[in-house]
Design a protein around this ligand. Structure first.
Ligand code: 4AD
Ligand code: MG
Length: 435
C-alpha cells in the first residue's frame, strides 16, 4: 500500500490508507485510545476502538512511547468534534522505531523549555509544526531570492571560505591552521564578488556561510551566519542597487504570501507588500531621532536602540516596515566604498532596516585603482599587501555596487522572532559549539 500524507487524508474519506509518522500525543482509555500522529505535512488524530482495531494493535498502543515512529493502516472518517474535522480509525499499527523515554525536552506547543535546552536537542525541537514552519519559510526565502537573482541576470557563484583576505573593518577573522600556515574563514565574499563582476559576469550573487570572530552575545549576532550577497556592474549610481533591493523585497513578500501562506498563518505573521522603501540619509535619521531624545556625534553610526527607534518613526510616518539609511561616515565604513563627490566625509553606502534591525549593508564600490589605493592607505591598510584585490581594478573594471544580507536576520525579522537563534537550525555563537 502506498503512503498517504496527512495533508491529503481528506481526499481519502472512508477508504483504507497507510500513514506514517511520529507519535505526538497518546491518550489510553480502556476501550478507546487516541494517538495524534505527525508527519512533515501536519498532524492528525487517530483512534483505536477495542471493537474495531486488531487486538494486538490495540494492546500495542499501551506500550508506545511519544515520538516513536509508527505506521498505521486505517480509515479516515468525518468527525465534526475533532479539530481536524476528520479522524483516522486505526485497523492496524506497527512500530518502526521506538523512542526512548522520557524525552529530554518537551517539544509540544505547550512547552516552556528554554531556548538553550531546545537547541541542545534541536532534532526533537524541530518535531513541532510551528518550529518547522520557521525553516520552511527560510527555505522558501532562499528559493524565491535565488529565482529573483536568476531572473535579473545574476550568476550564482561559490567563493572560497578558506581565504587570505579580510576586508570588513570591525569584523574579526577566525584563523585556521592550514598545513601549518595561517588561513582565515571568510568574513564576507566581498572581494570575490567584485572579482567576478570584473571577471565578466557583471552580475553575481552568493548564498553561503560567513564567519565573524566577534564576541557579541546579542539577539542578532552569530559567529557563523548565512550571507546573501550580490554585486552588480555598470551601475550609474548606488541608487540602482537600492532599486534592485526594493524589487527583491516586493517579489519576496508577495511570493511568500502565495507559497508559504500556510506557514505564515501558523506563525501568525502578516506583512503588507512593500512599495517604495523610504530613504533617509544618516543625518536625516539622526535629526528625526532627536524627537526620541537620541543624540549622536557626526561620525557615529546608529546603535541597536537607534535602529529600533528610527524604524518606529518610519512606520508611523510612512507605514513602512523597511527603511534605507544612506550616506554613512567614511570613518565607520570599509575602505572599498566609494566616497560621495559632494561630501567626502560620507560614502555612497546604505543599510536596510527591517522591523527595527539592520538586515543588509551595501554601497557603490571604488573601482578607480588610484583612488582605491589612496583610500586603503587612508585607513592604514597597505594596498601592496592586497595584490589580488588590486588586480580587479587593473584590467578594466566597470562601476559597480552591491550588498550583503543576513539570511538569518531576514528570517528573524520577517517572522518577528526575538532571537536570531530561533531562525537558525544549529546556531554558533561565542559559547555555543554544539550540536
Ligand atoms: O554589514 P556587514 O558586515 O556587511 C558586509 O559584510 C559587506 N560585505 C556587505 C556588502 O556587500 N557591502 O554584513 C552584512 C549583513 C548584515 O547587514 C547582517 O544582516 C548580517 O550580514 N550580519 C550578521 N548576521 C548575524 N550575525 C552576525 N555577526 C552578522 N554580521 C553581519
Ligand atoms: Mg552592516
Amino acid at each position: 500500500m502506498k503512503r498517504t500524507l496527512i495533508k491529503d487524508l481528506k481526499q481519502h474519506l472512508n477508504t483504507e490508507v497507510l500513514i506514517q509518522g511520529w507519535v505526538q500525543e497518546l491518550r489510553n482509555l480502556s476501550k478507546i485510545k487516541f494517538l495524534i500522529l505527525r508527519d512533515r505535512t501536519g498532524d492528525m488524530q487517530t483512534v483505536a476502538f477495542k471493537s474495531e482495531t486488531e487486538i494486538s494493535s490495540f494492546e500495542l498502543i499501551n506500550e508506545l512511547t511519544k515520538e516513536s515512529v509508527v505506521e498505521i493502516v486505517g480509515i479516515p472518517k468525518e468527525n465534526r468534534e475533532s479539530r481536524w474535522g476528520i479522524e483516522v480509525g486505526i485497523k492496524k499499527i506497527t512500530v518502526i522505531s521506538t523512542a526512548a523515554a522520557p524525552l529530554p525536552i518537551d517539544n509540544t506547543d505547550k512547552s516552556q523549555t528554554n531556548l538553550d535546552k531546545r537547541l541542545d536537542h534541536r532534532l526533537l525541537d524541530t518535531r513541532n509544526l510551528h518550529k518547522q514552519a520557521i525553516f520552511k519559510v527560510r527555505s522558501k526565502i532562499v528559493k524565491i531570492v535565488t529565482n529573483f537573482f536568476d531572473q535579473n541576470g545574476f550568476t550564482n557563484i561559490n567563493s572560497p571560505k578558506l581565504t587570505k583576505i579580510g576586508v570588513e573593518s570591525g569584523a574579526e577573522l577566525f584563523e585556521v591552521n592550514y598545513f601549518d600556515r595561517p588561513m582565515y574563514l571568510a568574513q564576507s565574499p566581498q572581494v570575490y564578488k567584485q572579482m567576478f563582476v570584473g571577471g565578466g559576469f557583471e552580475r553575481v550573487f552568493e548564498i553561503g556561510p560567513v564567519f565573524r570572530a566577534e564576541k557579541s552575545n546579542t539577539m542578532r549576532h552569530l559567529t557563523e551566519f548565512t550571507g546573501v550577497d550580490f554585486e552588480m556592474g555598470f551601475i550609474s549610481d548606488y541608487t540602482d542597487v537600492l532599486e534592485l533591493i526594493e524589487n527583491m523585497f516586493i517579489d519576496l513578500i508577495s511570493t511568500l504570501q502565495k507559497e508559504a501562506a500556510e506557514e505564515l498563518k501558523l506563525l501568525n505573521v502578516e506583512h503588507r507588500i512593500p512599495t517604495k522603501i523610504p530613504r533617509l540619509t544618516l543625518d536625516e535619521a539622526k535629526k528625526l531621532l532627536t524627537s526620541k531624545d537620541k543624540r549622536y556625534g557626526s561620525d557615529e553610526d546608529l546603535d541597536a536602540e537607534g535602529e529600533r527607534l528610527i524604524s518606529e518613526i518610519v512606520k508611523e510616518k510612512f507605514g513602512s516596515e523597511f527603511v534605507f539609511i544612506t550616506h554613512f561616515p567614511w570613518k565607520v565604513k570599509p575602505f572599498y566604498q566609494m566616497k560621495d563627490e559632494k561630501n567626502k566625509n560620507v560614502t555612497k553606502s546604505f543599510d536596510l532596516l527591517f522591523n527595527g534591525v539592520e538586515i543588509c549593508s551595501g554601497s557603490q564600490r571604488e573601482h578607480r585603482l588610484d583612488v582605491w589605493r589612496k583610500q586603503a592607505a587612508e585607513k592604514g591598510l597597505d594596498p601592496e599587501a592586497m595584490p589580488e584585490y588590486a588586480e580587479i581594478f587593473m584590467y578594466g573594471c566597470p562601476p559597480h555596487g552591491g550588498a550583503g544580507f543576513g539570511l538569518d536576520r531576514i528570517t528573524q525579522r520577517l517572522l518577528l522572532l526575538n532571537n536570531i537563534r530561533e531562525a537558525v537550525l544549529l546556531p554558533r555563537d561565542p559559547v555555543r559549539e554544539k550540536p
